[in-house]
Design a binder for this molecule. Structure first.
Ligand SMILES: *Cc1c(COP(=O)(O)O)cnc(C)c1O
Length: 400
């Protein structure tokens, strides 16, 4: 039986759905209709593909990591090079798709929320490309931690609005963005940065990111004797780069899939391993596994990588965990830092700290699979943005 989620109500098993203020229901319905229509429309698809090609630089390479494979001693490891995308990560595949939908719907104003700033930068980038008004909500605390990304967004012409309530982080910025959308539903389009949020966002973002796995499918035939990989590995924050790699292979039951969460300081300390340790609840408009305390209050997540530092996860990953289709594991801050060094040294590729969690997991993964397995790892982003953090941990990254 083939995989067929979400259902009409946006449910992945019990997860997903749309838990939003009443006033947004017609907006979400209109969005779903616009998305389904556009995705069936050849001229929309052409415009989307053209932008991915001419602006983002797709298709991104699939690189055989010969020295890394040799170092790990088992498997043939290939890297899907999302780090080569314009603006340095996979996020732009999705922001381009959503802005085209926004234009199709006649919206003139783009809003988004951002924690580390990566989604804010991807949104500001594409809003500049189309000359649209762009407002980014960001926690005041995050703004001071991520000053460089704040500057990038402003340079790109976006207005960055600090959120000063609550913990002054992503959770509060998301509440502000939803408040803005409720007040301005007519002209405003809310661009969500991962496979999270109310239906139809998780499905829509999955669709836009699936270009990753689709390219792997056609590229692998040229590089290896196998038409489909044996193993897929990707890091999981909200889960968009992972689902983008996994989804096109989901019905190939022989493909083993690993999602790698951030174990932070370790699973008994502060971490962001939502699927490994969380409970079911509702966050940002959808039901999913979450990090929460005994009273159901959302816990503050921790990871050295800002992009994985999120207390929730996309509802589809909760379902894929429950049905056993994807194995979810986790790697610590320390392991990720070592993996940055490993990939840099063996392949000449400095990965983002998020990506480094997937690289770190390879040591375990290669021992669970056949010796000659073809393993594709999603290299979700480049590490330039993380150099400051990497320098602060020099004792780990120069250990070799
Ligand atoms: C944002 C980000 C992630 C995490 O987001 P997902 O939605 O889980 O993909 C991973 N890698 C990089 C480089 C990012 O910027």
């Amino acid at each position: 039986m083939s995989y067929d989620a979400p259902n009409q109500n946006g449910r992945f098993g019990p997860y997903g759905g749309a838990f939003v203020p009443e006033i947004l229901i017609p907006e979400l319905n209109a969005l779903e209709e616009a998305f389904e229509q556009s995705w069936a429309d050849e001229s929309f698809l052409n415009q989307y593909r053209c932008l991915l090609h001419s602006y983002v630089g797709r298709p991104t390479s699939l690189t055989y990591a010969e020295r890394l494979s040799h170092e790990l001693g088992r498997g043939q490891i290939f890297l899907k090079r999302e780090d080569l995308c314009h603006s340095g990560a996979h996020k732009i595949n999705n922001t381009i798709g959503q802005i085209l939908i926004a234009r199709h719907m006649g919206k003139t104003r783009i809003i988004a929320e951002t924690g580390a700033g990566q989604h804010g930068v991807a949104t500001a980038t594409i809003a500049a490309r189309f000359g649209m008004t762009c407002i980014i909500y960001m926690g005041a605390e995050d703004m001071s931690r991520q000053a460089l990304n704040v500057k990038r967004m402003r340079l790109l012409g976006a207005e960055v609005r600090p959120t000063t309530c609550g913990s002054q982080t992503l959770k509060d910025a998301t509440n502000e963005a939803i408040r803005d959308w409720v007040s301005n539903p007519r002209d405003t389009f809310y661009i969500i940065g991962s496979v999270v949020g109310p239906h139809p966002y998780p499905k829509m973002v999955r669709t836009f990111q699936s270009v990753i796995g689709e390219e792997v499918h056609s590229q692998l035939r040229q590089l290896s004797s196998k038409a489909v990989p044996d193993v897929l590995v990707a890091c999981v924050g909200g889960g968009s780069n992972a689902i983008g790699l996994f989804y096109p292979f989901i019905d190939y039951q022989d493909v083993t899939m690993y999602g790698v969460e951030a174990a932070g300081e370790g699973l008994h300390g502060r971490h962001a391993a939502t699927l490994s340790t969380g409970d079911i609840g509702v966050l940002h408009g959808a039901m999913s596994y979450l990090l929460q305390d005994e009273d159901g209050q959302i816990s503050l997540a921790h990871s050295i990588s800002a992009g994985l530092d999120y207390p929730g996860v996309g509802p589809e990953h909760s379902w894929l965990k429950d049905i056993g289709r994807v194995k979810y594991i986790s790697e610590t801050d320390h392991a990720a830092l070592r993996a940055v060094s490993l990939l840099s040294r063996t392949e000449g590729i400095i990965p983002a700290l998020e990506t480094a969690h997937a690289i770190a997991a390879l040591e375990k993964v290669v021992n669970e699979v056949d010796t000659d397995s073809v393993i594709v790892v999603n290299c979700s982003g480049r590490g330039d943005k993380d150099m400051q953090t990497i320098m602060e941990h020099d004792e780990i990254t120069t250990i070799f």
